[in-house]
Design a protein around this ligand. Structure first.
Ligand SMILES: C[S@@+](CC[C@H](N)C(=O)[O-])C[C@H]1O[C@@H](n2cnc3c(N)ncnc32)[C@H](O)[C@@H]1O
Length: 426
């Protein structure tokens, strides 16, 4: 049997996404990369993400060179090989000979495929860097593109697609909120909203302060909901839909008495590990929020509701391939049910921050407008959104904070989120 390689496994992962519509995280969690050494595992993951972010570019290079579409596993290997050469700068000779060797080892008809791959990849490898760079980035699937066009317009959607293809830098949230000091320690840049950004990730656990729990990985936009909630020391705060716990860590670090609830035992295990590493504490509850009842009312609730996750495509380029609009109505209904239920757990005068990592208005702007219409005692607190580093243009007519991947283009973008601060009457 041929030795497993990073590129070979990347091709299997890409095939799983494009043909079987399997989420990348699930494929990796099921152990597909375990036969590789750690460095090769990292290379396979990087190459898989890069291939998915450049899929239509690789296809534009391959199409004129192919007489007919090869079988899916062969196409996946060609796409990965083209991306390795043209996007990742891997040496063409090594990429071509490995792909040819892998196909030759593949049994019946393999000789023909190997010959075809040899010819096609040699030619593909000669693509001039400026021609590769000039190819347009992949466009979003029609159901999502149409919705985003209606919400934000064509120019913004094209900018979002460029941001998706560019990927995401690594953002850290400092436990002591001293972004300037942490930026200096890890060689990053302090962002105006208080996160620290590193252009290249490398091995996260090797960064200074990881073992001591001085920071955690969290996109700059994902760090905003807890800042909008602005918990005070000693306040009773519920982090609803909390796992794996980035926002729980922020709330606990601010000195709040946090209850963190999530339905997923597996994800809550990661929340516990994060709390332990960062030497922070919170009461962890595994339960269905639609069944659970708290013993006492809360001063404040952060509801980071389950959603389409369309704001995170920069990090999860598999999403447009594995998800469609089926289930969206149910998710929107679940968000409304969670919001209505959570409001009954607030003390009079208490506050709730509603957040989703979605670009879709039905999971953000429209969800909150509908909640305000259902609950006469509820009002949106626009002032709570005016945080340091937040551009006034991100605050919407619906009194929400709307972030998008195409914001901060010169800094490397941010995830798409919608955040609203809601106050219940006394
Ligand atoms: C957007 S994620 C939360 C991310 C988390 N707040 C963080 O910052 O790390 C949404 C979470 O909602 C949880 N969830 C979905 N349905 C739920 C329910 N009925 N009750 C409680 N949690 C639920 C999922 O398990 C998932 O962890």
């Amino acid at each position: 049997m041929a030795k497993e390689t990073a590129r070979g496994q990347a091709a299997r992962l890409v095939l799983g996404v494009t043909e079987e519509r399997r989420v990348l995280f699930d494929q990796i969690a099921q152990g597909i990369l375990t036969q590789l050494a750690p460095a090769e595992r990292a290379q396979a993951q990087r190459l898989t993400l890069s291939t998915l972010r450049n899929l239509s570019r690789a296809d534009s290079v391959l199409k004129p060179l192919l007489r007919k579409r090869p079988p899916p596993p062969v196409l996946a290997l060609l796409r990965v090989s083209v991306t390795a050469m043209l996007a990742e700068g891997e040496p063409p000779h090594a990429v071509v000979s490995e792909a040819v060797g892998a196909l030759r080892a593949g049994g019946r008809h393999s000789e023909g495929m190997a010959g075809m791959a040899n010819a096609v990849l040699r030619r593909a490898g000669e693509t001039a860097p400026e021609n590769w760079a000039a190819l347009p980035p992949p466009i979003l699937p029609g159901w999502l593109r149409g919705r985003l066009m209606s919400a934000y317009g064509k120019v913004a959607v094209i900018a979002m697609e460029a941001a998706h293809a560019a990927g995401a830098p690594l953002d850290l949230t400092p436990k002591d909120r001293d972004a300037a000091a942490l930026a200096e320690r890890v060689g990053g840049v302090a962002l105006p909203t208080g996160s620290v950004r590193l252009a290249r990730a490398g091995q996260i656990s090797e960064l200074q302060g990881y073992a001591d729990g001085d920071w955690w990985v969290q996109d700059a936009a994902a760090a905003l909901p807890a800042k909008v909630l602005a918990p005070r020391p000693g306040e009773r705060v519920l982090d609803l839909c909390s796992a794996p716990g980035g926002k729980t860590l922020q709330l606990a670090a601010a000195g709040a008495k946090v209850t963190a609830l999530d339905i997923s035992a597996e994800r809550m295990e990661r929340l516990r590990e994060n709390l332990t590493r960062c030497r922070l504490s919170a009461e962890a509850v595994i339960d269905d929020a639609l069944q659970w009842q708290p013993p006492d009312a809360f001063d404040a609730i952060l509801l980071d509701a389950p959603c389409s996750a369309t704001g995170t495509i920069r990090r999860h380029p598999d999403l447009p391939h594995v998800r469609d609009k089926s289930g969206l109505n149910e998710t929107v209904a679940l968000q409304a049910a969670l919001l209505d239920r959570a409001l009954t757990w607030l003390r009079p005068g208490g506050r709730l921050v509603f957040a989703t990592c979605s670009l879709l208005p039905e999971e953000g702007e429209r969800q909150v407008s509908a909640a305000l219409a259902r609950h006469p005692g509820l009002r949106a607190d626009r002032a709570a959104l005016a945080l340091p580093g937040v551009d006034a243009g991100w605050i919407t007519a619906e009194n929400g904070l709307r972030t998008r991947p195409d914001l901060w283009p010169e800094r490397g973008g941010m995830d798409g989120f919608f955040i609203a601060a809601l106050h219940i009457s006394q």
